[in-house]
Write a protein that binds this ligand. Structure first.
Ligand SMILES: *Cc1c(COP(=O)(O)O)cnc(C)c1O
Length: 370
């Protein structure tokens, strides 16, 4: 795999940094993906649903070899890791975590070694593929058999191990959702604003986005408010309440705003209304990564009408929520935006030579049964 060049001085200034130049001085960032991501009208899907105003912002295409929402976060997280002279990154997630796979992929491009600590999950074909991608990118994959609540002590075991051998680990939380990672989506809102101003897309009234570790929705809400765009954001629950809930959401929102203000005192003191976030609770089904009938139907319909490929853990459930909303008679006037977060690039050529039998035994089933 080719190595990424460390110099990003030739990349254009990020929309967020254009508005708040002082942030650029204080917040590390490294260019990994391709931006802006496309926006377009989904006329055929809209016709099926009897709604004239459906659009997509396609973060499936954030990278030429691997896309998805994690690329925006990793530009800030890995930028920070490099600034701090890290040699390694350590992260955590479900066995098939898109975040862990993307972290392994982009860390490898920067010459950083990735350790991913993974917990068991519902098996689907993408799980094995993401495990193989991590392995193909030289990541160390460990199976974590304790409850998810014990993940910090779990990470610390590997932090101590690396420190002992003179390496410098940088810890990235689940889903990349801490203030630096979330800034990726604050910037995304400013990117959308530029596309609105340039006339590529009308201003949305309501944006649907999946809510996993919450960083995507939090960053968007901060960014939209700071950019003066009054859109309603509907985070769609795709994970259990213990991981994502209103209280945690509000706390992380405020922590991230404070983090931005510490870097640039002119960053506005944006706030959540008392009812926000308005979490859509109706599409989780039996739990994280447990596919639902509505989610599968939504995936089939957008594939058939628009040629867009989604998945069942996050984006299918989110599109199902948008589709039901779009069918309501009192929502026909609204401009609805589906913010796609699922990687759209086929990476099968990257994983075809990986021998999964060299991985810890606990991971074999995900590859064998897919
Ligand atoms: C991680 C992920 C999400 C969830 O984003 P969060 O910032 O963790 O809420 C949504 N969609 C896909 C495809 C993901 O991989």
């Amino acid at each position: 795999m080719k190595m990424k060049s460390f110099s990003n001085s030739d990349s254009p200034v990020l929309p967020l940094f254009q508005t708040f130049p002082a942030l650029k001085e204080h917040i590390p960032h490294i260019s990994l993906g391709r931006f802006p991501t496309p926006v377009r009208r989904m006329a055929a899907l809209g016709k099926k649903l009897g709604h004239p105003n459906l659009y997509i912002k396609d973060d499936g295409l954030t990278g030429s070899e691997l896309g998805g929402n994690k690329v925006r976060k990793l530009e800030f997280l890995l930028g920070d890791a490099i600034k701090k002279k890290a040699t390694d990154v350590i992260t955590f997630g479900a066995a098939g975590s898109n975040h862990c796979a993307a972290t392994a992929f982009y860390a490898n491009q920067l010459g950083l070694t990735c350790t991913s600590i993974l917990i068991a999950q519902e098996n689907h074909s993408y799980v094995g593929k993401n495990i193989l991608l991590g392995a193909a990118c030289g990541a160390e994959l460990h199976h974590f058999s304790h409850p998810i609540s014990a993940y910090i002590p779990g990470i610390m075991i590997y932090v101590r191990k690396l420190l002992k051998t003179g390496r410098i680990p940088y810890i990235i939380p689940m889903g990349g959702s801490n203030p630096p990672g979330i800034i990726g989506y604050v910037n995304a809102a400013f990117e959308l604003k530029e596309q609105i101003i340039s006339g590529y897309i009308p201003k949305p009234d309501t944006i649907f986005v999946p809510m996993g570790s919450m960083g995507t929705a939090i960053g968007l809400m901060i960014g939209l408010k700071a950019a003066g765009l009054t859109c309603k954001v509907i985070p769609v629950r795709v994970i259990e309440k213990t991981v994502a809930n209103k209280e945690k959401f509000r706390k992380l929102f405020h922590t991230t705003v404070r983090f931005l203000q510490q870097s640039d005192s002119t960053f506005p003191n944006v706030e959540l209304e008392s009812q926000e976030p308005i979490i859509e609770e109706g599409y989780l089904g039996k739990g994280y990564a447990q596919y639902t009938r509505e989610g599968k139907d939504a995936i089939d319909l957008i594939a058939y009408t628009e040629g867009i490929r989604l998945e069942g853990t996050y984006t299918g459930k989110t599109l199902a929520a948008l589709m039901d909303y779009a069918k309501k008679p009192d929502k026909k006037e609204e401009m609805l935006l589906f913010w796609n977060t699922a990687n759209a690039i086929d990476f099968s050529s990257l994983i075809k030579d990986v021998d999964y039998r060299r991985l810890p035994k606990a991971f074999h089933k995900y590859v064998e049964s897919s």
